[in-house]
Design a protein around this ligand. Structure first.
Ligand SMILES: *Cc1c(COP(=O)(O)O)cnc(C)c1O
Length: 434
C-alpha cells in the first residue's frame, strides 16, 4: 500500500503525486506543500513491535510501500536510518522526557535527515541521477543535513553559513570534514547566505547538474517524525505500566514535529492530545485561541531557544488543511517567556536532576501551564536537543553547570575544512562549477 500526495494549493480531486516524486521535489510545483490524500490507519499489530526499527519499517511501509526500492532495500535503509536509542526518561510520577537527542548531531532533526538522505540516495541511484544539496544555515539545520547526507554516493552537500555569526560549537559541527560535504563561510549575514542559496538553486547551469534544497518541509523528513510518538506510547505502557493516554508537549517552531504527531494521532495512536510549546514566537497558540487570523504572521523574535525562532511556521499550511475545529480539539497552545525558560531549566536541574536544553525547557514549562489550567494526567515532553549543544544558555540558567557530551568533545579533535568567500553568488557558483 502507499499513500498519494497532493499540494496544499491544488484544487481538490486533482492528480496525486507518489512518494518518490514528492521526496525528489520537496515543494510542489505550485509552491504548496505535499499532504496525504488520506492519513492511513496505523498497521495492525504496531503495538507488538519489539524494536524502534521494527516499528519504523511497519509504519513507514504503510505510508510509502517500499518506495519502489524493493522490500529488502527498504528494510535495510530504515534500520540504518534509526540506529540510535530513543529512551523515555521518567522525571516524576506524571512527567517523562522522550530523549530525541541521541543521534549524531544530538537533536531530533537527525530522524528526518537520516531517513530522507537514505531514501533520496537510493532513488537517485535507481534513476541514474546525482544531486547537489545547497543549504543556507544559521546553525542547527546545516549540521543535521551535513551529518545525515554525508557519504551518500549520489549526493553532495554544500553548506553556506554567515562567518562569525554562528556559535563556536555550531561552527565546528558545520566544518568537520565529511565525505561529500563542502562548507563555505560567507562574509555576510544569514540573509546573504539565503539569497545566495536561492540564486544558486535557480541557476540554469547548476539546475542541469541537479540541485535541491532538502529543506524541512520535505515529506521525507516529516514521515519518520511520527515514529517516536508511537514508540513513547509503547514504552510508557510496557516499561512504566501507564495505561492512561498521555499528552505530548512539543517544543515547536516550524510545526513539523507537531504535524507528524497529529498525523500519527489521526492514524490511531491514541494519545490524549498535544501541547504546542512555543517561545516568544507564539503566533500559533494565539491562532488556536482565536486571537490571530490565519497566515497573518508576525516578524520573528530572537530567543535562547533559537531553533524555534520562527515567525511564520511553514507547516501551518499543512495543519490548516485539517480545520481549526479538529486542531483545537487536539492541540492546546502555550507561549513561554525567556525568563520562564531559564527558570524551568534551573528548576529541572534542581528538582529532577536533569540538565535540559532551552527548547526542552519550553516544552516542560508548557506542561506546567497546562497543569495550572487544571489539566491532569501523564505528560511526555519531547526533549528535542541535548543540553550540551547550548552550553552558554545552560551556564546562564544554572551558573557553574557545564553540560557536555562525548560526541561534541570528539568534534574538537576532528579535522576541519572550510572556504571563506565574499557575500556574492558568483564566487560560490565558481567553486561549485570549478
Ligand atoms: C527544529 C527544532 C525545533 C522545532 O521543531 P519544528 O518541527 O520546526 O517545530 C525544536 N527544538 C529543536 C532543538 C530544533 O532543532
Amino acid at each position: 500500500m502507499s499513500v498519494g500526495w497532493y499540494s496544499t494549493r491544488a484544487e481538490p480531486g486533482g492528480p496525486l503525486t507518489d512518494f518518490p516524486d514528492a521526496l525528489l521535489q520537496g515543494l510542489a510545483p505550485d509552491g504548496g506543500l505535499y499532504v496525504p490524500e488520506a492519513i492511513p490507519a496505523l498497521p495492525a499489530g504496531w503495538r507488538e513491535a519489539e524494536s524502534f526499527t521494527e516499528l519504523a519499517h511497519a509504519v513507514l511501509g504503510n505510508w510509502v510501500g517500499d518506495a519502489g526500492l524493493g522490500e529488502d532495500t527498504f528494510r535495510e535503509l530504515t534500520a540504518d536510518a534509526f540506529s540510535f536509542p530513543v529512551p523515555l526518561r521518567q522525571l516524576t510520577d506524571d512527567r517523562w522526557l522522550l530523549e530525541l537527542h541521541h543521534g549524531p548531531t544530538l537533536a531530533f532533526k537527525d530522524f528526518g535527515a537520516r531517513f530522507m538522505a537514505r531514501m533520496l540516495d537510493a532513488l537517485l541511484s535507481r534513476r541514474g541521477r546525482k544531486l547537489t544539496i545547497i543549504v543556507a544555515t544559521s546553525g542547527d539545520t546545516g549540521s543535521a543535513v551535513a551529518a545525515g547526507f554525508s557519504g551518500r554516493a549520489n549526493i553532495e552537500v554544500v553548506l553556506l553559513y554567515p562567518e562569525g555569526r554562528v556559535s563556536p560549537l555550531q561552527e565546528l559541527q558545520l566544518i568537520t570534514e565529511r565525505p561529500g560535504v563542502r562548507a563555505f563561510s560567507i562574509r555576510g549575514t544569514f540573509d546573504d547566505c539565503q539569497r545566495i542559496a536561492k540564486e544558486l538553486l535557480s541557476d540554469e547551469q547548476l539546475q542541469r547538474r541537479g540541485v535541491s534544497s532538502a529543506n524541512s518541509i520535505n515529506v521525507g523528513r516529516l514521515l519518520p517524525q511520527q515514529l517516536y510518538y508511537l514508540w513513547a506510547l509503547l514504552q510508557l505502557e510496557r516499561e512504566h505500566g501507564v495505561d492512561a493516554a498521555p499528552v505530548f508537549s512539543v517544543p515547536s517552531g516550524n510545526l513539523g514535529n507537531l504535524t507528524a504527531g497529529v498525523w500519527a494521532q489521526l492514524g490511531g495512536a491514541g494519545a490524549a492530545g498535544f501541547l504546542a510549546a512555543h517561545n516568544a514566537n507564539d503566533w500559533f497558540p494565539a491562532w488556536l485561541a482565536g486571537r490571530a487570523e490565519p497566515f497573518s504572521f508576525p516578524a520573528t523574535v530572537a530567543t535562547r531557544s533559537n531553533a524555534m525562532d520562527v515567525g511564520a511556521p511553514s507547516n501551518f499550511e499543512r495543519l490548516y488543511q485539517l480545520g481549526q475545529e479538529q486542531l483545537t480539539a487536539l492541540i492546546s497552545g502555550y507561549g513561554v517567556s525567556e525568563e520562564r525558560t531559564l527558570a524551568r531549566m534551573r528548576e529541572t536541574h534542581e528538582a529532577d536532576g536533569v540538565a535540559v536544553c532551552p527548547h526542552t525547557a519550553v516544552g516542560l514549562e508548557a506542561v506546567a501551564l497546562h497543569r495550572a489550567a487544571g489539566r491532569t494526567g501523564p505528560a511526555v515532553v519531547l526533549a528535542t536537543a541535548a543540553a550540551a549543544k547550548f552550553p552558554e544558555v545552560v551556564e546562564e540558567a544554572v551558573p557553574g553547570l557545564s553540560a557536555t557530551a562525548p560526541e561534541l568533545e570528539a568534534l574538537r579533535a576532528a579535522p576541519t575544512a572550510v572556504t571563506s568567500l565574499g557575500p556574492d553568488t558568483a564566487s560560490v557558483r565558481e567553486q561549485l562549477l570549478g
